[in-house]
Ligand binder design. Structure first.
Ligand code: EPU
Length: 422
């Protein structure tokens, strides 16, 4: 198991290129199931989650090869085992997005029911509701969801909102299943995240007929079959946001290349309120902070609101603000595993239900801390860059799931991070 030793405080300066998005890659990899033949995805990041999903596709019968550093070839000509095994689903919940495409293509699918994870319960009731509305019969057996539609799926008007608003992977699942359903499907309260817009655009490239892309009402006119295609994965807006906070928390200046500010307006707006400058520059931006960190109130929401996937990182930044902030988590109300760890680094955070009161402190102090999930660990790295002394972060495999060799990207900018295998 690897640990990070991070010496701080440092200031970061330089240029970094943002990688393709993990959360945009995974649903498109699942979508290739819908069309027999070879699809190509470029800009896919080299991450453990992508390897795990590739393994899952191979178990279904697909051939998956990485024929250049960031280019995947997925040959879905043969799908002879439409089963998402527990061993893979328990490692990665996103595996559940094979449900819709396998049901549409094979008429039957078994997927291990995902359990909870460090960020909350994470039910899949909305995914299942969507499949039922399209005509699937669903039952649960030995921890597996078994969905059957031997005579195919039929389009329907489906309301997909839940207690916390829209669902990203639930929308992906229903959207993919509906592309091959008979007739028209309308998904109301669909997720509008850029990753869903990207998926819908890729599906249309495969021959699907989806309109309303980017809005909360998606209309899908079912087609008889889809064909393979080539896709370019969009830049990772959460990785970009993490580097923006890295510039801000260290009082440095970073130029981000391959970053779509139009997908990040809530983040950019919040950072500017906090005293961070974000200026568009070519296909990216320049992010810097000179003055004090101003306190702010932040509420996470589905897109276009402030993303839950940057809540922990922003908390690390606001820990050093000149005053008190309130962060409310409205997507995953229990996503606060980083609070206790940041407090070990001398932050002053108090959890109150689905909110955290952040009393700004003058400085953070290094400590041994534990990574609990992907974004929480990113927040610890950010805090460690600004903290006095050497922070040791345990269980960095969490960060490797979503950030490609983060230490090799931060060190050239002025960070002092060493990875040790213990
Ligand atoms: N929800 C339900 N029922 C469902 C599905 C979701 O009640 O059937 C609830 C969830 O419990 C949560 C809310 O709806 O309260 C939103 O969850 P959503 O379904 O949108 O989350 P997801 O699709 O499982 C994706 C990302 C997450 C990201 C969320 C929210 C991927 C692979 N995962 O998860 O990313 O936090 O959307 O934006 O795209 C991460 O990258 O670190 C990560 C966790």
């Amino acid at each position: 198991m690897d640990v990070f030793h991070i010496e701080g405080p440092v200031q970061l300066f330089g240029t970094v290129r943002i990688n393709g998005s993990k959360n945009a890659s995974l649903p498109v990899m699942a979508a290739t199931i819908l069309a027999g033949g070879r699809s190509y995805l470029t800009g896919v990041p080299n991450l453990s989650d992508i390897s795990v999903f590739s393994k899952l596709l191979r178990q279904l019968g697909c051939r998956v090869t990485r024929n250049a550093k960031r280019r995947l070839c997925i040959d879905s000509t043969v799908i002879d085992n439409p089963v998402g095994e527990y061993e893979i689903v328990r490692k990665m919940r996103a595996s559940v997005c094979i449900l819709g495409p396998l049901l549409a293509r094979c008429g039957r699918v078994e997927v291990s029911m995902p359990g909870g994870c460090a960020i909350g319960d994470r039910p899949i009731n909305l995914h299942l509701r969507g499949m039922r509305e399209l005509g699937a019969r669903i039952h649960l057996k030995n921890g597996y969801v078994i969905a059957e539609a031997p005579n195919g799926l039929t389009g329907k008007d489906i309301f997909l909102g839940g207690p916390f608003g829209s669902t990203v992977l639930g929308t992906a699942n229903v959207l993919m299943a509906a592309t091959l359903a008979k007739g028209r499907t309308t998904i109301e309260s669909a997720a509008c995240e850029p990753e869903i817009t990207h998926l819908a655009t890729c599906l249309n490239k495969m021959g699907a007929k989806i309109s309303g892309i980017g809005s909360p009402r998606l209309t899908v006119d079912g087609v008889r079959q889809l064909h393979p295609a080539e896709f370019e994965v969009i830049p990772d807006r959460i990785e970009a946001g993490t580097f923006m906070v890295a510039a801000a928390v260290t009082g440095g200046e970073l130029k981000l290349q391959n970053c779509r500010l139009e997908d990040m307006m809530a983040v950019v707006d919040k950072l500017r309120n906090i005293g961070v400058t974000v200026e568009p520059d070519g296909n990216g931006c320049v992010v810097a902070r000179n003055g004090p960190i101003k306190p702010a109130n932040v509420t996470t929401q589905p897109y276009p609101g402030f993303p839950t996937d940057l809540q922990a990182q922003l908390m690390a930044l606001l820990s050093l603000a000149d005053g008190n902030s309130v962060i409310v988590e409205k997507v995953f109300p229990d996503r606060f595993m980083h609070v206790a760890e940041l407090n070990r680094m001398a932050a002053n955070l108090r959890k109150e239900g689905p909110a955290v009161i952040v009393a700004g402190v003058k400085k953070l102090i290094a400590a041994p801390v534990m990574a609990s999930d992907l974004r929480a660990s990113a927040a610890l790295v950010l805090a460690a860059l600004a903290a006095e002394g050497t922070t040791t972060i345990n269980r960095v495999y969490h960060i490797d799931r979503g950030y490609e060799k983060i230490e090799e990207r931060l060190n050239p900018l002025g960070a002092r991070i060493t990875r040790e295998s213990i």
